[in-house]
Design a protein around this ligand. Structure first.
Ligand code: UD1
Ligand code: BG6
Length: 671
């Protein structure tokens, strides 16, 4: 949860009202991640800076903090509750203090954040006393830090010093009255991006960053954005820099300098390691602004459920090959092709994930076992880490995560990496920690998922893992017919999902019937065990109703006639039954129309979970809306949990991942 956003305009006039709007909009884009409070900080006025009159004993040629021109204290607003209550309170306060919203700034740095419940230190700021050792856990929030004492320091030195003492995962943006119109950003473990919008079109290509000379000192007008989430940046610019762990990004006078801080060295040698400047190039965000809008839908979750035919098409685009001269039907996963041999030779494939991502892997497990012949085991990320379960060099560990930033999944990844396993990522988020640091992987390309309850990412994850199974089993003659049938099924899948979406009204009616119920039990077996778990998870997550997914085989320990036996047993015990079955099977699963039946199109067995989850997603959605709950930001649920509740993510470990990634990235010339 939590997010940060900053906006710096350079050499372009922006009124205070406009700056506030940009900051508020940035916060609205972060809203979906879950939060309890929000805050912003902007400048007070453009009147002449005050020079601090305190004396100093230092004779250093570097600027002295206490002899720097001191701007008036910035305005800081914080509010418990949602963004709109912050907006309201800011405008009320602004009116009370008679602040001129039309005042124009040719350069201005504003910061904003969403966060947990306000603590004492957030309410009053954190004062860092000189020379005091202050290890404190910093979650991904914007802290307002004042520096006391009379050190001869630059802004980046101050931040480097702060970083040296921080523990845990964080992403921070600093603004200081001692360094007006400057911003500094740094991170460890949590995501952070810089967006660059040049207001002079001609210089928008191929800029490289190098220390203070980055993007020229020539006074070109520009707007710079920092955020923990690409969603808050994409509406302004697609040109971004993904900030790496241990980096300090300094925005000053229209330029950007990047210093790399080696936390390991500083911490273990006791000495202060010298940060080195780094050169980086911008990359282009592969997302469209439309993805972060609701379009004609009322809620993101609704939109994302209904756009699954399109998201699945995008997931498969360019990856399924049918026809051509050899008429063969194959799968091409560009990110894995060089690693398939190693995966085939693995002793074991271990799927690791949390929540919906874990369920998606569970849905794909049978087809992966069938086509690869390699044993597949399942791990909930936190449990693997808690147990320190055995992971070997001969294992392939597959990390499944929509966000690519879930703290538990990252910790499990760090653990598997240390144990020498081949680490494969399956994620929706390009440039996320999982995408950047795993040895190889596949982007699911489902498009930005804003609804807190994962829907389209789930179906795309299953499809990617089915394609993974096809790619691994790609050279076995014995399974060729089966593989080709699955590929045909994949081609047809978006149409089948379009068909099942027509059940929308039926699921709304069902939701009306179930609204007052206490509990919903969902049974499934085989490929649809995962559907039962995921359907129940959706209902729990958004409709806040008790729901449990159960393996139907556990109801009655008999294999006889499989689901029918369970249906009969439950019916005999007066359970109120709703049965989901393939079209045409209603009479056999519900003799005498004893149950309410939901008929779905039949597809290739391993793809059935993709179709079957859709009515349950719709049910969870309608139950929530009918109950009057907020479906996109359910109570007590965060889109992605980037900090751990118990074991802190290991900064040392994450730093190691970064140096590894830097090596890999360097080889491929990506950065
Ligand atoms: C890539 C390009 C796509 C282009 C296509 C053309 C990207 C993000 N994708 O898609 O724009 O149209 O080539 O051939 O540039 N990776 C990981 N871990 C992960 C996910 C991915 O290491 O969790 C790596 C992959 O191993 C690969 C790279 O990221 O090296 C891109 O992965 P992916 O987008 O899935 O590859 P393609 O589908 O080939
Ligand atoms: C949990 C969310 O914290 O993380 C779930 O509440 C989600 O909804 C899970 O499925 C995993 O997230 P990700 O981004 O790793 O797929």
């Amino acid at each position: 949860m939590c997010g940060i956003f900053a906006y710096l305009n350079y050499n372009v006039n922006r009124e205070r009202r406009y700056i506030l709007q940009v900051l508020f909009n940035g916060l609205r884009r972060l809203e979906y991640r879950g939060y309890d409070s929000a805050g912003i900080s902007i400048d007070n006025s453009t009147s002449d800076p005050i020079t601090c009159s305190c004396s100093s004993s230092s004779s250093s040629s570097q600027p002295l903090l206490n002899s720097l021109p001191l701007s008036p204290p910035p305005l800081v607003f914080r509010q418990e509750g949602n963004i709109e209550s912050l907006v309201k309170s800011v405008y009320q306060e602004v009116a009370t203090i008679d602040l001129n919203l039309e005042e124009s700034f040719s350069i201005h740095a504003g910061i904003a954040h969403t966060g947990g419940p306000l603590t004492e230190s957030q309410l009053h700021g954190i004062v860092i006393p000189k020379h005091q050792h202050f290890p404190f856990k910093a979650n991904a929030v914007a802290h307002y830090i004042w520096i006391s004492g009379a050190q001869p320091v630059t802004f980046s030195q101050v931040v480097l010093e702060v970083m040296r003492h921080l523990e845990g995962a964080y992403a921070l943006i600093f603004k200081s009255r001692h360094y007006p119109n400057e911003l500094i950003a740094c991170k460890r473990g949590s995501p952070l991006l810089l967006g660059v919008k040049e207001l002079n079109e001609d210089i928008n290509s191929g800029s490289a960053f190098h220390d203070a000379k980055f993007l020229s000192m020539d006074g070109h007008s520009k707007e710079l954005f920092l955020s923990s989430d690409a969603n808050a940046i994409v509406e302004h610019t697609k040109r971004v820099l993904v900030i790496e762990d241990g980096e300090v990004v300094h925005l000053k006078d229209g330029s950007v300098s990047i210093l790399k801080f080696d936390n390991d060295k500083g911490r273990h040698s006791g000495a202060h390691s010298r940060p080195s400047s780094v050169q980086r190039a911008l990359s282009v965000l592969e997302m469209e602004v439309e993805q972060i809008n609701k379009g004609n839908y009322e809620h993101y979750m609704q939109k994302e459920i209904h756009e699954q035919p399109e998201s699945l098409t995008t997931t498969m685009r360019g990856r399924l090959i049918r026809g051509g001269s050899c008429k063969a039907k194959t799968v091409l996963l560009g990110g894995l092709k060089d690693h398939l041999k190693t995966i085939r030779r693995s002793r074991r494939i271990v799927f690791v994930g949390c929540g919906t991502s874990y369920n998606a892997a569970l849905a794909a497990r049978p087809i992966l076992e069938e086509l690869s012949g390699v044993p597949v085991t399942m791990e909930i990320a936190s449990d693997l880490v808690d147990r320190q379960g055995p992971i070997y060099r001969e294992d392939t560990a597959v990390f499944v995560s929509q966000s690519g930033e879930t703290a538990d999944t990252l910790l499990a990844f760090e653990y598997a990496l240390e144990n020498g396993a081949l680490c494969v990522g399956i994620t929706n988020t390009v440039s996320s920690a999982i995408a950047r640091h795993t040895h190889c992987g596949v982007h699911i390309n489902a498009g930005a998922e804003i609804g807190v309850a994962s829907t389209k990412a789930y179906t795309s994850q299953i499809v990617v893992m089915a394609m993974l199974a096809l790619a691994i089993g790609g050279d076995a003659i014995s399974s060729q017919a089966r593989r080709e049938a699955i590929i045909d099924g994949l081609f047809d899948l978006p149409n089948r999902v379009r068909e099942v979406l027509k059940l929308d009204h039926e699921m709304k009616d069902l939701a009306k019937l179930l609204m007052a119920e206490q509990s919903l039990l969902v049974f499934g077996r085989g490929y649809n065990y995962a559907t039962a778990l995921e359907g129940a998870l959706k209902v729990k997550e958004v409709a806040l109703m008790h729901s449990e997914g159960m393996l139907a085989g556990e109801m009655k320990h008999v294999a006889y006639s499989k689901q029918q036996s369970v249906i009969q047993q439950l019916h005999a015990r007066k359970g109120r039954l709703i049965v989901m079955c393939s079209k045409g099977d209603a009479a056999s699963v519900s003799p005498g129309e004893s149950c309410r039946v939901i008929e779905v199109p039949q597809v290739e067995d391993c793809l059935q979970p993709v179709v079957n989850i859709v009515p349950l997603q719709l049910l969870a959605y309608h139950l929530t809306v009918l109950k009057g709950y907020n479906v996109d930001q359910p109570r007590n649920l965060a889109k992605s949990v980037t900090t751990q509740s118990q074991n802190s993510p290991s900064p040392d470990g994450l730093a190691k991942l970064d140096s590894k990634a830097a090596q890999v990235a360097g080889e491929s010339g990506q950065y």
